[in-house]
Design a protein around this ligand. Structure first.
Ligand code: ADP
Ligand code: MG
Length: 487
């Protein structure tokens, strides 16, 4: 296996360099400059105001909520907040862009440099630089597959507020790029500034990819792969694109700076258009909008309202609940999980809760294709199960069966244990009687054990657990067996 992010060419090793631009739809009821609703899935062209359709004479009015959401996101990325920013017109023609320009931010974005810590599967972490975050409008959508002869335009998305979040070219492997998108998604979801649902297009990713000789310091020419809409595709597109560039360079050709499309069916990228430079867009400040000024007061207010974010939560879980870094990061990677876990810790042992949540419940939900909010088991019920384990009422093995039954029936753990008589046997007399029978039924094995074949101990434990239907307290079985076999 070659090292991730390194491509072994015919003439030596190449390294990938990746920078991501993520378009995150701002969680807001109305659009960036109009009062049209933003709900997903409406009939085409039902959420279009005169401003969104760019009728002559219409003027944009900035939506305060969208501005606050951008600031909140910037703070979550530990970024500089620019209290004065400017909206620019980015001019280009596209049938689904009725204004003939997109209102965006160019030289003076609302948020400047920040950082984001990514976490890889081996538990290591790396800090990735954020270059900027700016506000801009989304475009509409052209529909080419509804008629053989005509194209249609749906302007529902036109004017919806986006945050474009640009990373430094700090990422080095497809895995890191995936981890970056995952972490960014987690953070905006914690902040409540973006739903993060990639299937609904709430987060879309442009991946900029170049390659260079391993160890080189200068950046190679990049290609930008537009609008990749799943984490898995982002990673596959980057791998494909980097290999394509290495093959070009090794055969003496050059990489053209261009915009490419990723085709998930064929797993390849294709030329979309040659890359335009910023000056092609003739950016200029939008004369319809004043510079955007954020008061000290508003900034302080937003700062004070920030929730605890995943990195801080993870540290707290390790410190206060004694969780492993791994378990903590699994739980904090989604705000719903963290919320569920924090209900559990008020009701039962925090470490057992983490083990049973990550080790048992997640897997069962996954199999059913459910997320935690759709779980048939409420946190208080799950805590009920864990309390039974904690208090030695049931063994871990029985608890797994009880959990399966809870998933099916929605019944409380204690009810299932009662109804089915699953309580652990901790009655010394009862366990002793059972062990006596086993010893009496296996005189040969007892003799062999007493003659020094220690391994047979496990056989006796197994017999006892079987005879009790898994209900005998394992510790008591062990202790009593030792005494009896030594007699
Ligand atoms: P544009 O707006 O034209 O796409 P930007 O300067 O905003 O250009 O950069 C876009 C992205 O490209 C950033 O995420 C940046 O990190 C990344 N990038 C820039 N140069 C390279 C390179 N040589 N290789 C890979 N990524 C790059
Ligand atoms: Mg770009």
């Amino acid at each position: 296996m070659t090292q991730a992010g390194i491509i072994q060419g015919n003439t030596g090793e190449w390294e990938m360099v990746i920078g991501l631009e993520v378009h995150a739809q701002i969680a807001s009821n109305t659009k960036l400059f109009s009062s049209s609703p933003t709900d997903f899935g409406a009939e085409p062209n039902h959420h279009v105001s005169l401003v969104d359709a760019a009728l002559p004479g219409m003027l944009p009015v900035i939506n305060r909520v969208c501005v606050e959401q951008a600031v909140r996101t910037g703070l979550g990325l530990e970024a500089e907040i620019h209290q004065r920013s400017v909206f620019d017109r980015k001019n280009y023609f596209y049938p689904d862009l009725p204004q003939g320009y997109q209102i965006s931010q160019y030289l003076d974005p609302i948020v400047g440099k920040g950082r984001l810590v990514i976490e890889l599967d081996d538990g290591s972490t790396r800090e990735i630089g954020i270059t900027r975050l700016h506000l801009e409008q989304d475009a509409g959508k052209s529909l080419h597959d509804h008629s053989p002869t005509d194209s249609f335009i749906d302007l529902n998305r036109s004017g919806i507020a986006l945050m474009e979040i640009v990373s430094e070219p700090d990422l080095r492997t497809p895995e890191e790029a995936g981890a970056y998108v995952k972490k960014l998604r987690a953070i905006v979801r914690y902040l409540g500034t973006c739903g993060g649902d990639m299937e609904k297009g709430e987060m879309r990713c442009d991946a900029n990819v170049s390659v260079r000789r391993r160890g080189a310091t200068e950046l190679g020419t990049r290609c930008e792969i537009k609008n990749v809409n799943s984490m898995r595709y982002v990673m596959k597109a980057i791998q494909y694109e980097a290999e394509r560039q290495v093959a070009l360079l090794e055969s003496g050709q050059v990489v053209d700076q261009e915009t490419r499309l990723y085709d998930a069916n064929l797993n390849e990228t294709r030329t979309m258009r040659s890359k335009e430079d910023a000056h092609d867009y003739r950016y200029f400040p939008d004369p319809d909008l004043l510079p955007l000024v954020i008061s000290d007061e508003l900034l302080a207010q937003i700062k004070a309202s920030l929730p605890e974010l995943p990195d801080a939560k993870k540290q707290r879980y390790v410190r206060d609940y004694g969780l492993s870094a791994y378990d903590a990061s699994v739980i904090v990677s989604d705000k719903e999980w963290a919320f569920y876990y924090e209900q559990l810790v008020t009701l039962c042992d925090p470490r057992l809760a983490a083990n049973w949540l990550t080790g048992e419940l997640f897997g069962r939900l996954n199999k059913l294709g459910l997320n935690l909010t759709q779980s048939p088991i409420h946190a208080s019920s799950f805590a009920g199960l864990i309390t039974l384990i904690e208090n030695n009422i049931i063994s871990g093995k029985i608890a797994k069966e009880v959990l399966d039954k809870m998933m099916e029936s929605g019944k409380e753990a204690a009810v299932i244990v009662d109804e089915e008589g699953l309580k652990q046997v901790t009655d010394t007399g009862a366990i002793e009687r059972m062990l006596d029978e086993i010893i009496a039924a296996n005189p040969d094995k007892v003799a062999e054990y007493r003659a020094g074949k220690d391994k047979l101990f496990a056989f006796f434990v197994g017999q006892a657990m079987k005879a009790s239907g898994g209900k005998a307290n394992p510790q008591m079985v062990n202790d009593l067996l030792k005494t009896k076999l030594a007699e």
